[in-house]
Design a protein around this ligand. Structure first.
Ligand code: NAD
Ligand code: TYD
Length: 362
């Protein structure tokens, strides 16, 4: 049994689906179901007893303590977070509460449980904390990619709150011996990505005939990894990572934002041609830049490749094609997210009976 937090979000849901596709080890999924949590992502597990969904806050120590006591997981994987930089600029409070205070609550509950475990299970137990490359700050064009020892220089309220959570996780290892693993991954893309982030926003806006808003000059560089490769890296770190270590995860795939947008448009031109045969790229609109916008992120993935033998399965070309195809094949998912109907999914599915401490198989 493993316990994941934030497993109804983009990466967490992909992780749960992949986990149960490859193993019969059950998953307890603790998610607060914020606007970013969408149980429709997990609809294929509706009748699967291996998945136990619990609606609740990872910072609720009593709730987490109860789940740990009941289910005795061998590992906890922490995906839960507020994750959108633009939202953190407009309203940082939730980011402090969730990413810092929430992680602290989770650590306290996990530490108390771990300390009381019997020796064999205690030695095998792991807490894996999922973090981001954004904690390292921004690179210049000629700078070397981020290694695990790169100085922390977070620039947004989001990345600062994630950096704080990384430091707390580190401290619980050094101070209490808690067997933690931390992963810092580059930008993900793929199925079930909430359309407030660059790639899904461009796909859904293009299809809706809306402008494709590119911040500033569009030359900011991100390092893109297909979400299922992130999930395979997390599984590998959980299996073979050394407690107390940090692993950067990335696929050596840096691209300027404007190139990403043109690639998405070209794929849509091919897979869903416009009636007038024009290109979706005509919808590109340069807009005011994000305040404090980091110029470049790049992950040096040498350590996880060398020490754990992990490599991504997808290239950007194969991953982005799968991603665009997924959005074209799932118009209902897109429509429910855009209309907000996905938030009613829980009510439809569970008759509104989902309380903060109730468990349901989802
Ligand atoms: P997301 O915003 O799509 O999902 C976050 C999930 O956490 C949601 O289901 C939400 O309901 C849940 N949640 C929020 N607060 C909670 C709380 N207090 N208790 C329980 N659940 C809570 O995020 P994502 O893109 O899937 O990212 C997952 C993790 O990976 C985050 O920690 C993020 O920082 C990290 N990460 C993301 C990326 C990326 O490109 N998306 C890259 C690297 C790292
Ligand atoms: P985003 O998906 O928000 O991820 P992050 O900020 O965590 O890297 O944004 C990716 C890049 O795309 C980032 O440089 C900001 C830019 N961007 C746009 O140009 N337009 C948009 O509408 C969005 C959402 C992002």
């Amino acid at each position: 049994m493993i316990l994941v937090t934030g497993g109804a979000g983009f990466i967490g849901a992909n992780f749960v689906l992949d986990w149960l596709a490859q193993s019969d080890e059950p998953v307890v999924n603790l998610d607060k179901l914020t606007y970013a949590g969408n149980l429709e992502n997990l609809a294929s597990l509706a009748d699967d007893a291996r998945h136990v969904f619990v609606k609740g806050d990872m910072g609720d120590k009593a709730l987490v303590a109860g789940l740990l006591a009941t289910h005795q997981p061998r590992a906890v994987i922490n995906f839960a977070a507020e994750s959108h930089v633009d939202r953190s600029i407009h309203g940082p409070e939730d980011f402090i509460q969730t990413n810092i205070v929430g992680t602290f609550g989770l650590l306290e509950a996990v530490k108390a449980h771990w300390m009381a475990m019997e020796n064999g299970a205690k030695a095998a137990f792991r807490l894996l904390h999922v973090s981001t490359d954004e904690v390292y700050g921004s690179l210049g064009l000629g700078d070397a990619a981020f290694t695990e020892t790169h100085r922390y220089e977070p620039n947004s309220p989001y990345s600062a709150s994630k950096a704080a959570s990384d430091h707390l996780v580190r401290a619980y290892h050094h101070t209490y011996g808690l067997p933690v693993l931390t992963t810092n991954c580059s930008n993900n893309y793929g199925p079930c990505h909430f359309p407030e982030k660059l790639i899904p926003l461009m796909i859904v806006n293009a299809l809706a005939g809306k402008p494709l808003p590119v911040y500033g000059d569009g030359q900011q560089i991100r390092d893109w990894l297909y979400v299922k490769d992130h999930c395979s890296a997390i599984r590998r770190v959980l299996d073979a990572g050394k407690p107390g270590e940090v692993y950067n995860i990335g696929g050596w795939n840096e691209k300027p934002n404007i190139d990403i947008v043109h690639t998405v448009c070209a794929l849509l031109d091919e897979l869903r041609p416009k009636a007038d045969a024009g290109s979706y790229s005509a919808q590109i609109a340069y807009v005011t830049d994000r305040p404090g916008h980091d110029r470049r992120y790049a992950i040096d993935a040498s350590k996880i490749e060398r020490d754990l033998g992990w490599k991504p399965a997808e290239t950007f070309d194969t991953g982005i094609r799968k991603t665009v195809a997924w959005y074209l094949a799932n118009p209902d998912w897109v429509a429910n997210v855009q209309s907000g109907a996905y938030r009613a999914w829980t009510t439809r599915q569970y008759g509104g009976a989902l309380g903060s401490q109730q468990e349901v198989a989802a």
